[in-house]
Design a protein around this ligand. Structure first.
Ligand SMILES: NC(=O)c1ccc[n+]([C@@H]2O[C@H](COP(=O)([O-])OP(=O)(O)OC[C@H]3O[C@@H](n4cnc5c(N)ncnc54)[C@H](O)[C@@H]3O)[C@@H](O)[C@H]2O)c1
Length: 411
């Protein structure tokens, strides 16, 4: 059943009309900004997403998550009728270009879950027209594009396949889609040319590679960022254990010294991509990606480091009220996927503290208003460095702030 929830599309008249591109997973953090950008460029875009509530929200003209500039763009695109939404893969029958951008989780062994792609092949194969261009945009384990091309060939689907990774920073997708170069990974000239033509609708900057080069380029990009955060976090821990003010060390390192410009500050390195993609590389090397696995130890160990340092500084935390400010995985975001604030909360609870959580962007009935948390907490911990906490009156409370958002670290 096709449940087209867009109020702005005449379902009966549009049903037979072809679509320039259909995005599978088009309601997600990567798929939706791309769908909007392509529709803005004048293409007729279809979104297929299994999350019915997401499809309904977008159909009502509501963004399902925070994304800079996307509310305005959605409002601009919907009345054009160039964006259609459905939960049914039947929509794929109406196009010759399909982009797949479903989530690619790791499993309980920290290995990529290949079942996602086995299921995707079974889902899309009956609907692919001969000569369709299939663009994979999810971040994938190396060799996945080739695997999918073969799996589709086994089902007698004649398709061109390309891998075109997304490299945006969540929350900044729309500006980065046009500003960043797009890597086009293809093993056949025709597939690469067709994918390049698609992405030239959003950016003039194109880089051509093979599929496996593009798959590795994407994973290396994320692992590199994750390792940099780990270096920053371990430097912080070394200085902190030595009783040295790391903010001052960082300022000394970075001031007017171009070679250290990309050293980040310490923080909770979390979110849906960096750890997952570093672990995909670990799986690819049969668990011989020492740098990546060490980065995981440092970054995932940061919440435990903070709690143990708090116990050293403040003594027994049992029955003490600790306010946790910011539950999203990063600043100015409403995304809680793989947020280390939740690990921090769990470890604080294990230490016996009463933990009061707040976040202005996250809607969760267990969270409390900032005022209530400030009023009732003895110690505050910054989980996500939202700007609002920099401006808030923290009422002279101790603030455990490894991010350097407010003055002093109190750890
Ligand atoms: N979030 C980011 O900043 C980011 C950046 C670059 C790359 N990526 C990669 O992009 C991929 C998607 O990430 P995301 O953050 O957009 O995830 P997401 O969970 O926000 O979006 C995925 C969407 O796919 C839908 N979906 C899942 N299975 C489906 C299916 N079989 N058919 C139709 N729809 C389906 C979900 O309902 C969801 O709306 C991942 O591989 C991720 O690693 C994410």
């Amino acid at each position: 059943m096709t449940t087209d929830t867009s109020r702005h599309v005449d379902q009966s008249s549009s049903q037979a009309v072809g679509l320039d591109v259909v995005i599978l997973g088009g309601g997600g953090h990567v798929g939706l900004p791309l769908s909007l950008a392509l529709a803005q460029a004048g293409l007729r875009v279809g979104i297929v997403d299994i999350a019915a509530s997401t499809v309904e929200r977008i159909g009502r003209g509501e963004m399902p998550f925070l994304e800079s500039g996307a509310d305005e763009l959605l409002a601009q695109v919907m009345p054009t009728g160039r964006l259609e939404l459905t939960t049914s893969a039947d929509m794929l029958d109406r196009t010759k270009i399909v982009v797949v951008v479903v989530g690619t989780p790791i499993d309980e062994f920290l290995n990529p879950s290949m079942t996602v792609f086995q299921k995707t092949v079974d889902q899309i194969a009956p609907h692919l027209q001969p000569g369709t261009l299939l663009v994979l945009r999810s971040t994938v384990y190396p060799g996945t594009t080739e695997y999918i091309a073969k799996a589709l060939a086994d089902q007698a689907c004649e398709v061109d396949v390309a891998f075109c990774p997304e490299r945006i920073a969540e929350g900044h997708a729309l500006e980065e889609l046009s500003g960043l170069p797009q890597i086009i990974g293809a093993d056949e000239q025709a597939a690469g040319d067709r994918a390049e033509a698609l992405f030239r609708n959003v950016t003039p900057h194109i880089i051509r590679t093979t599929t496996k080069e593009a798959e590795l380029a994407k994973l290396f990009t994320n692992a590199w960022r994750y390792i940099k955060f780990a270096a920053a976090n371990q430097f912080f821990e070394i200085a902190h254990e030595a009783g040295v003010d790391y903010t001052s060390v960082l300022r000394a390192i970075k001031t007017d010294y171009p070679r250290a410009r990309d050293l980040p500050g310490p923080g909770l390195a979390a979110g849906p991509c960096l750890l997952k993609d570093t672990m995909q590389l670990a799986a690819f090397t049969s668990d011989h990606f020492g740098l990546g696995q060490a980065a995981m130890q440092v970054n995932e160990g940061m919440p435990a480091y903070i709690v143990s340092a708090m116990e050293k500084k403040y003594g027994d935390l049992r029955r003490r009220n600790v306010g946790l400010l910011g539950m999203a995985f990063k600043a100015e975001s409403d995304d809680i996927r793989s947020s280390l604030s939740f690990k921090l909360r769990k470890l604080l609870l294990w230490s016996g503290a009463r933990v009061l959580c707040t976040d202005p962007y996250v809607s969760d009935s267990r969270l409390l208003p900032l005022d209530k948390v400030l009023a009732d907490s003895e110690i505050l911990v910054i989980g996500a460095p939202h700007q609002v906490y920099r401006q808030a009156d923290l009422r002279g409370r101790k603030v455990v702030d490894i991010w350097g958002l407010v003055d002093g670290i109190d750890l």
